[in-house]
Design a protein around this ligand. Structure first.
Ligand code: GRG
Length: 291
């Protein structure tokens, strides 16, 4: 992670500690399970992106922290549910036993549900801004998480497992399963900063390309990465017969497609009169990351 990202990651960690409901609350096990998964590490890529977009638009990143943290809650919920025996049946996440291994499947399902609900509670109680903008943020996140977004992409993923799929199907899966929450992370910051028109459209295109590149690189790392670095089991896509960019296009072409998407993300920002440096660096990070 570069200097801009590390600085923002620390802001996110601190804010999540501040916002997260106390583990002294009853019943303790659900608070412990949510906290276990939320504070297990993780790059905080999505909330960092939210903070960087706010800053690029001249807004103090601290202003968008409730929304940024809520997005990390939604992301963590999706990881907990994705790891469940009924879906991916994974044992390791963020370098620790998955939530259902540590707390049982019943509590893990509810920890995911709890984080999803808590995300909207956090935004609607703490996010300052024009009421219409905050409402639009809630709408963006509901859409990005639901059947037109992450859940839709996830179902297409599950139902494609073990099948031969065409390039359009794998692109659909990646754009929705992973890309939509990343796009929402950018759009929510832009909406709270009052962006509209061309700036909002170009940031949306930046995010769309970035989200797709992020998942292609995730597929490549599953093959090339090591369990200890990834914090999750390497080479698990092949074992689970998952459809991935390398399974559809091969490894070399997938690298090239990820690079192309990163370049398109950067091009989407060309000539915009906002501070783009950190966003361009982040795009390079997506291609170069090793975890
Ligand atoms: C309602 C059952 C149910 C499911 C909700 C589970 C789900 C929908 C969607 C899953 C989406 C998913 C897990 C996509 C994978 C995205 C991805 C690349 C995850 C890894 O993200 P990183 O690398 O992880 O940012 P860290 O740990 O760094 O946060």
């Amino acid at each position: 992670m570069g200097k801009y990202q590390e600085e923002k990651r620390l802001l996110v960690e601190e804010a999540m500690r501040k916002f997260f409901p106390s583990d002294g609350d009853y019943p303790p096990i659900i608070h412990q399970a949510m906290e276990y998964s939320l504070f297990a590490g993780g790059k905080r890529f999505r909330p960092v992106l939210t903070l960087l977009v706010a800053e690029a638009l001249g807004v103090d990143p601290a202003e968008v922290l409730p929304t940024a943290c809520a997005i990390e809650y939604i992301h963590t919920y999706s990881l907990i549910h994705d790891d469940l025996p009924a879906i991916d049946n994974d044992l390791l996440r963020r370098g620790r036993p998955t939530c259902h291994i540590a707390f049982g499947e019943d509590v893990a399902i509810l920890a995911g549900d709890g984080l999803f609900a808590e995300a909207f509670h956090l935004i609607t109680t703490r996010q300052k801004g024009e009421p219409a903008s905050v409402l639009q943020v809630v709408r963006e996140l509901a859409r990005a998480s639901g059947i037109q977004g992450m859940v839709g992409g996830q179902v297409a993923d599950i139902k494609s497992t073990g099948q031969e799929v065409d390039p359009a199907t794998i692109e659909f899966i990646h754009l929705h399963k992973t890309g939509d929450l990343i796009t929402a992370a950018v759009r929510c910051a832009a909406i709270l900063a009052g962006a509209s028109g061309e700036i909002l459209d170009r940031l949306t295109e930046y995010a769309r390309q970035l989200g797709l590149a992020f998942q292609i690189v995730d597929d490549i790392l599953d093959i090339e990465g090591k369990t200890v670095t990834l914090g999750k089991e390497a080479r698990s896509d092949e074992r689970k017969l998952k459809v991935t960019y390398p399974s559809v296009h091969g490894l070399e072409k997938s690298r090239q497609l990820a690079k192309e998407r990163v370049e398109r993300a950067k091009m989407a920002l060309a000539g915009l009169e906002i501070k783009t440096e950190a966003l361009l660096n982040l795009a390079d990070f997506v291609y170069e990351r090793r975890a």
